[in-house]
Write a protein that binds this ligand. Sequence first.
Ligand code: VTB
Ligand code: MG
Ligand code: MG
Length: 323
Amino acid sequence: MAQSAPVQAKVDGNLTLEIARITERAAIAAAGWRGRGDEMRADQAAVEAMHLALSHIDIAGTVVIGEGRNAPLLGFEEAVGTGKGPDIEVAVDPLEGVTGCAKNLSDSLSVMAFAERGALLRVPDAYMEKIAIGPGYPDGIVDLDKTATENVAALAKAKGVATADIVTCVLDRPRHAALIAELRDLGVAVKLLPDGDIAAVIHAANSDDTGIDIYLGSGGAQEGVLAAAAMRCMGGQMQGRLILDTPDKRAQAREMGHSDPTTKFSALDMAKGDVLFAATGVTDGSLLRGVKLMPRKIVTSSVVMRSWSHTIRWITAEHGRSG
Ligand code: VTB
Ligand code: MG
Ligand code: MG
């Protein structure tokens, strides 16, 4: 993996608790909409709760990865926080895996990252090709310019296992039909995800716990930057490349400074410097439990990470309901 960029000013470590408090609030709000088949209201509940929670935090924040360019809340370049603290770039996905929440399927999360000014890659509303593996492998053993077959073979070799022992993970989408067929021909296991490729990247980085060795395929570009922030903290390898297949996306990309559409971004290119990342489970998943709504208390399960120290904290929180 690429080395950490020189850190100009570390993000205040005390924000690690604050960032988790925010994703907790958003996850709790979304949890009330689990399994109710209403993606929009689930998402809106998470967005509103995250926006409100952020407004109490002492940062001079700017949303860089958010709900879209003209979103009423948490839109691109919206100023967030009290404005009184450090200058922070904010990336949010208040409800990642919206469909998973509406259908009460696994791995719906509330996600957020904080970084220094200028640290997060600006991306248009587009897909991004992605590849991610966990830590401990030589630099560059997987690459978006290689075929899936070559990448899986290189990973198997580095891991010292047979190709068929590699477990891959791909979003279950028609656009991935050829990729899935290629992986099936190789005889590797393919875990097909209904949604949620931030969780998928985190899973690949935690292969000892999840059994997933590699994430492949395309998903949201914004999700790519958030996943890169998590990767920076966990220390695996990731690459992303924007898919700019319409004039509008190319124009948006140019406006954001992407002159070469073929650029491959590493996790470090997408999230530089010191980065904080938090995710709270909305629905039960392989790494995080979903929100438990009980009569007297609510229990949340979160992970909070920091790239500078490579600290990974698993936080189970009980929130009293009476007061
Ligand atoms: C992924 C996934 C999201 O979008 O980025 C995916 O992480 C990509 O878009 O949860 P498509 O759904 O169009 O394939 C989500 O599934 C939904 O935002
Ligand atoms: Mg969203
Ligand atoms: Mg999303």
